[in-house]
Ligand binder design. Structure first.
Ligand SMILES: Cc1ncc(COP(=O)(O)O)c(C=O)c1O
Length: 382
């Protein structure tokens, strides 16, 4: 650290130089991320609540109310206005909280949780942190968890099952209602990771897409992760964890004697209220109509991209269910590196080896047209 501070001008000159190195959502180059350019109204709300701390919520009762209302709105969307939970730092914290409830609720000495192999790596972190064994189940030809294998994997140590509604690599939706029934029949905790799909599937269903139930409508669902900082268009950090009701919170709470509230359930202690305010602002401002429009735009562009990729001709890993396209390419690493030099960030799933594109709200048709031109050049050259 230097002795004498720099001027505002110098600071911002230096910040701009480093910021230039970053990919920008507006260029369309970010095709690999489940995050997107935050909505201007969400940004404004975020800035307004920047100094708030939900870790000391008694000092910020207005911000706490925004969090409660944001959770209620998300709960209502997912068929449970009584849902209790938090706007947390992201899907990782949300999934960790869900497994923490399951572990503390069951009190088994060697707890096991059944997850599909497609589950996000945040479950590995959660399992390691909580000393839970993850039992990973293979997928069927649609990249969904194999139900028969889930049933077979249940042992006396099993405390819970996880299903994913919008897998990270393929956007596949596990058979949540079957998993819910298995969980109910075996008295197991059931968590749905809808970090990506939770703010898209309800709107696609309203638009007439044939997607099975995946939320609290199913009696076996105990908790759902749904992230406003993904398809919700809120700035990072804004993840969502919803439990069926507030009776679950006692499995998380620790005493916080020196603060303005005496108990705390989240992993983070000091935590911003800006994410809750931005989420509240987005849900109120966009409403169902706005989110439906966004989901429709993303899914239509996804279908366009998938059809154009087939014409190249390249083989899709699966027909897109949500706004993710994965396709097989020879020498995928080389193609990805050439694309990156041209300003396109795409990712490289391994199951199977392929290229993955997430069509988020910042992606426009012209971006995809330009991307396809470059992709064609690189696959022709291999
Ligand atoms: C399905 C799913 N769950 C959880 C996460 C983790 O979310 P975060 O990166 O916000 O912690 C992701 C991230 O992409 C995800 O796709």
């Amino acid at each position: 650290m230097q002795e004498k501070g720099l001027s505002e001008n110098t600071i911002f000159k230096l910040l701009r130089e480093l910021h230039k190195k970053d990919f920008k959502y507006d260029s369309g180059g970010i095709l690999s991320s489940m995050c997107t350019k935050p909505h201007p109204i969400a940004k404004k709300a975020y800035q307004m609540f920047l100094e708030t701390n939900l870790g000391d919520a008694g000092l910020f009762p207005g911000t706490k109310q925004l969090e409660i209302e944001a959770v209620q709105m998300l709960g209502s969307l997912l068929h449970n206005p009584k849902a209790a939970g938090f706007i947390v730092s992201g899907g990782t914290e949300a999934n960790l909280l869900a497994l923490r409830v399951a572990r503390n609720m069951y009190g088994v000495s060697k707890p096991e949780v059944i997850v599909p192999i497609s589950a996000h790596f945040s479950f590995d972190k959660a399992a390691d942190t909580l000393r839970i064994k993850l039992v990973k189940i293979e997928l069927d030809e649609n990249y969904c968890v194999k139900i028969q294998s889930v049933k077979k994997a249940i042992t006396k140590n099993t405390i819970g099952i996880v299903g994913v509604a919008g897998t990270t690599e393929h956007g596949a939706i596990d058979p949540i209602s079957e998993l819910s029934e298995i969980a109910e029949a075996n008295n197991l905790y059931f968590h749905v990771d809808a970090a990506f799909g939770g703010l898209t599937i309800p709107f696609l269903k309203e638009l007439g897409y044939d997607i099975p139930e995946f939320d609290f409508k199913l009696k076996g669902v105990d908790s759902i992760t749904v992230d406003p900082h993904k398809m919700g268009m809120a700035p990072i950090p804004a993840g969502g964890i919803l439990f069926r009701d507030n009776s679950y919170l006692k499995y998380l709470e620790v005493e916080t004697p020196y603060l303005s509230e005496l108990k705390q359930a989240t992993i983070l202690s000091t935590r911003t209220g800006a994410g809750a305010a931005a989420t509240w602002a987005m849900l109120k401002h966009l409403g169902k109509e706005g989110y439906k429009e966004s989901a429709q735009r993303c899914i239509e562009l996804t279908k366009y991209l998938a059809e154009e990729i087939k014409k190249l001709p390249l083989e899709l890993v699966m027909e897109p269910v949500l706004n993710i396209v994965t396709f097989k390419v020879k020498n995928a690493e080389k193609v990805v590196s050439c694309l990156r030099k041209r300003g396109w960030a795409v990712s490289l799933p391994t199951y199977p080896k392929s290229i993955r594109i997430v069509v988020m709200p910042h992606v426009k048709k012209q971006h995809l047209k330009n991307f396809l031109k470059d992709l064609k050049k690189f696959i022709d050259k291999r």
